[in-house]
Design a protein around this ligand. Structure first.
Ligand code: HEM
Length: 188
């Protein structure tokens, strides 16, 4: 099988697993497959945390946190997505990083759980529908459409690339995690 076919097959397989896992509970965090993406990113191996001197961090979490933080910066420079994140961007523009810090933690926790981490929990807005409905979350500037969703996925891939995460198999799996949430997050 050609490499592109293998990747495509992988995306379809993982997508179908996630879609069937989410069919009954569309708003819950996706159920990871085995071996998990978290393990492939380094899993529970403890490494020095470059952002907090003297502290250790799971390698899988460090990878995901790095991708999340880079992605937030990619989004901040993305004309198409800026309107959605106007509350966050206005805060950061005035020197207030409280919302950024909370979003970084919540998104990192979310992706840790979604990719199979065992030692973290996601404590943000439980429902991804509610988190992305401006009527229920005033930090969401407007309802997302498919074009915005596609741009978001592209920005995550760009954020991953900034951290050296370019392995097509890993990107496919990450893409499948994102894709499994499209119907809950796209609301117009
Ligand atoms: C699979 C894709 C996505 C995932 C997993 C995701 C996940 C999340 C999570 C976990 C939060 C934090 C909720 C909380 O505060 O407790 C959040 C917030 C948010 N998301 Fe998403 N999201 C996705 C796609 C999108 C898209 C496509 C948009 C817009 C086009 C978007 C816009 C936002 C905004 C504006 C916030 C609030 C940010 C803030 O705190 O200021 N998200 N998202």
């Amino acid at each position: 099988m050609k490499k592109t076919n293998i990747i495509l097959f992988g995306v379809l397989l993982v997508s179908s697993i996630f879609i069937s896992a989410c069919a009954d509970e569309k708003e819950t965090t996706p159920t990871p497959t085995t071996p998990t993406l978290y393990e492939k990113l380094g899993g529970t191996t403890m490494v020095a945390d470059p952002a907090n001197s003297g502290q250790m961090i799971e390698q899988g979490r460090l990878g995901l946190r790095s991708v999340v933080d880079s992605t937030i910066f990619v989004i901040a420079g993305d004309n198409e997505l800026q309107p959605y994140f106007q509350v966050l961007l206005a805060e950061v523009g005035s020197g207030n990083v409280t919302g950024f810090t909370a979003l970084s933690k919540n998104l990192t926790d979310f992706f840790c759980v979604a990719t199979g981490a065992k030692n973290f929990t996601y404590n943000g807005i439980a429902s991804m529908v509610a988190a992305h409905d401006p009527a229920q979350n005033n930090r969401m500037g407007l309802k997302a459409d498919n074009a915005a969703y596609n741009k978001f996925v592209a920005d995550v891939v760009a954020g991953a690339a900034q951290n050296g995460v370019t392995d097509p198999a890993i990107i496919s799996e990450l893409g499948a995690v994102l894709e499994s949430l499209r119907t809950t997050i796209v609301q117009r």
